[in-house]
Design a protein around this ligand. Structure first.
Ligand code: CP
Length: 367
């Protein structure tokens, strides 16, 4: 059963197909108003969300389908200790497709392995957020006309900013992309993104702490929030909060064709005096996200329909077969933010990186 855990699982052709479907939805919404009649989307959100959950739900309603919503862990049996694995199996009995957000890295992959219906990662801790990337891509496509030969500045919390990791994964398939990675040293991009994605793709990149020094060279300024909820030490967060603020004065240094993106929510990293600038595209991203989620739901349900669902209860995953296919981890993942740390019954799986090192299959950290 096809699920989407990160953007690398969607080929360039599939991303273009999603963009094309989204544009057709924008042009002819009535054509799509009943294509999901009788279908149900389960939104399982164990972490706060405004855009992702609401846009998934709006997307399903606009396709004619219905929604089963679990808006927080407190209102579900997760509060009684139920695992992600069991929750995914249970929801497979009620719904046709799942969108899941969870604070632990790799939680969506666990759900995908246990569910018998398609699972979409709506954000797993500081790891990935592929549907935000689809929103980013449609916005870039509509504003810049394509993806090749762009200089993209990622600004802020590149360590925990899952939207940054997923967008870099997507952009790694295009040519002539230059990355300017602008962050405090403590919030630099994780090594695994550089080692597993940027270097194998031969992408040009530079790491810096200064936005002002590079802003004039950027085609895209991708601002991010410092992710308060991911810090172990609040004192460190307080020290780093407010590291970068993009305001109208700084926008005078940016080129006329440069666009400003932000996955939102923002705290103070983009001043409201930038909102009226025609180069500010972060609210366009919000709307584009709904259309791309409509396109993705349609694609995955279409593929699932061609792969008939087994009768009866969802099939459990055989840890032995899984380990044989992907490689049993020689030792436990030590990342406390990984789903492995919370869900002791899942098999510990490893994959080999381009540089030959072993990484946890769930969170991608080195073992
Ligand atoms: N961009 C994004 O994921 O927003 P929410 O946290 O509000 O869903």
């Amino acid at each position: 059963m096809r699920s989407v855990i990160d953007t690398v699982e969607l080929s360039v052709e599939e991303l273009e197909e999603l963009i094309s479907t989204a544009q057709d939805i924008i042009a002819h919404p009535s054509k799509y108003a009943h294509v999901c009649d009788g279908k149900k989307l389960a939104t399982l959100f164990f972490e706060p969300s405004t855009r992702t959950r609401m846009s998934f739900e709006a997307a399903m309603y606009e396709l004619g389908g219905n929604v089963l919503s679990m808006p927080d862990a407190a209102s579900s049996s997760v509060a009684k200790g139920e695992s992600v694995s069991d929750t995914a199996k249970v929801m497979s009995c009620y719904a046709d497709i799942i969108a899941i957000r969870h604070p632990k890295e790799g939680a969506a992959l666990v759900a995908a392995k246990k569910a018998s219906i398609p699972v979409i990662n709506a954000g797993d801790g500081g790891h990935c957020h592929p549907t935000q990337t689809t929103a980013d891509l449609l916005t870039i496509y509509r504003e810049k006309g394509g993806f090749d030969n762009l200089t993209v500045g990622f600004v802020g919390d590149l360590k925990y900013g899952r939207t940054v990791h997923s967008l870099i994964n997507a952009l790694s398939r295009y040519s002539g992309i230059k990355l300017v990675l602008i962050s405090p040293k403590e919030l630099a991009l994780p090594r695994y993104v550089i080692d597993n994605t940027i270097k194998p793709a031969g992408m040009e990149y530079v790491e810096t702490t200064s936005l002002e020094d590079s802003i004039a060279d950027l085609d895209i300024i991708y601002m991010t929030r410092i992710q308060k909820e991911r810090f172990d030490d609040p004192v460190v967060y307080e020290r780093l909060a407010g590291s970068y603020v993009l305001d109208a004065e700084k926008m005078k240094l940016a080129g006329p064709g440069c666009i400003v993106l932000h996955p939102l929510p923002r705290v103070d990293e983009i001043a409201v005096d930038v909102d009226g600038d025609p180069r500010a595209c972060y609210f366009k991203q919000v709307l584009n996200g709904k259309y791309m989620r409509m396109a993705l739901i349609l694609k995955l349900l279409g593929e699932a329909a061609r792969e008939p669902r087994k009768e009866g209860l969802p099939q459990g995953v055989d840890p032995g077969a899984e380990a044989a296919a992907e490689g049993t981890a020689p030792r436990r993942c030590r990342n406390p933010k990984c789903i492995c740390a919370a869900e002791r019954s899942i098999p510990h799986l490893a994959a080999r990186s381009a540089d030959g090192s072993l990484r946890c299959l769930y969170c991608e950290e080195r073992l």
